[in-house]
Design a protein around this ligand. Sequence first.
Ligand SMILES: [Zn+2]
Length: 278
Amino acid sequence: MSGVFTDSHAHLEMVAQSLGPLALGEIVAAYAARPGELILDVGVDPGDLGRRRSLIEESIAREPGAGTKSAAGLPIRWAAGIWPGREALDNSKASLQALERDIGAGIDALGECGLDYYHMDAGAQAQRDLFGAQIELAVHYRLPLIVHSREAFEDTFELIQPRARQIPVVIHCFGYGPEEARSFLQAGCYLSFAGNITYKKSQPLRDALALVPEERLLLETDAPYMNPLPDRGRPSSPLDIERTYQAVAALRGIDVATLAATVSSNLRRMLGMEPYAR
Ligand SMILES: [Zn+2]
């Protein structure tokens, strides 16, 4: 089946809220039919892991095509983290305790977490404190870190730079330009590009993409957001990622199959499913 490619960052619960539970069953079945292609399902709320897992289990139960897969064979991997929103920032201690319970339940990566100075919900210092605490949790538990950074390059860089060679660090939905890309790459980060790389005004993203070595490149939907052209503005799902692969393959002058193998292998290595070579 075409259209199924590794998606390094999606919010399947929000996809189900936008497109309905049936759509979620179709997505899981499509990926289950293409072994090797994975979705990293990413959390934003403290303690949301159990809820997200049940949602997938329910959709598998409804979808015969996906029902044959054991938990280990499921095409989904799990990240849990705390988005820097008002509620989490106002209750950071309880939020971090809930996150530690999710870590204990078994996750593959910590995130998303980070700094968003565009949505300045409770001040920069509170955001830095919550992000810093999650970075330390990731280091302590040896988990890859999925980082959200918007209008906050300097502070993000300062916090992750000392850690980005101890654990894998992904700058998700990369939203800066070539200069920032160079700094993150020098620090040892992976850069993950979303569907907005297809948008007309995204030349800085395309310039940044040109700098990313093959082994540090990830692609994502950030579904239900960032739908690649021509569906910008509509809720996206992982099944929309093909257009991002096509755009990125054209920009890098390679074929889609080569790009797909690269991204899939990078996500596996980032998650520790393949040996982590430096
Ligand atoms: Zn996200």
